[in-house]
Design a binder for this molecule. Sequence first.
Ligand code: IMP
Ligand code: MG
Length: 180
Amino acid sequence: MNADNCVIDILISEERLRERVRELGEEISRDYAPKPLLLIGILKGSAVFLADLLRCIDLTVDYDFVAVSSYGGEKSSSGVVRILKDTDAEVAGRDILIVEDIVDTGWTLRMSYLVENLLARNAASVKLCALLDKPGRRRVDIMVDYCGFQIDDEFVVGYGLDYEGRYRNLPYVGALKPEC
Ligand code: IMP
Ligand code: MG
């Protein structure tokens, strides 16, 4: 079945994504200028967003990725999280922006201790940028500094977000049909 056949409706169109990502890039550029910035994306969901965001940031900017494991169901995290791939970048003295696809319960960020880990390695600052925020699902207190869109409690795919490894390639964010 074609990936698009499984999507119930387009929540955020390609055009709205492009526009909002450009605004976020401008805001981030204004806030950090003239300092250089290191983006750290959490694999794999953030890769598409990070690639677009990066090109809307008008600063000296580099990026890296970390990978975390989350042992849970396919649609929610369990709270048991490990860092599987750490950043290769030197973080001491650097301003870091963690880039996430979506913050849902908040367990992934909290239980990976990613922020604490970067601060312990003397990062100058650590903030969080998430394309999507589902505040209604939050279980731990995580503040999103730069948020693309707040959405309702609905499972979404596309623009990097997956369900069982599929739909990351959709150019928009959509909600899954229950039977998919
Ligand atoms: P949290 O640990 O509950 O905040 O979940 C964060 C991670 O769960 C995200 O980085 C996604 O990988 C995944 N996730 C949460 N909600 C969704 C969704 O609606 N669609 C796809 N992935 C999601
Ligand atoms: Mg993710």
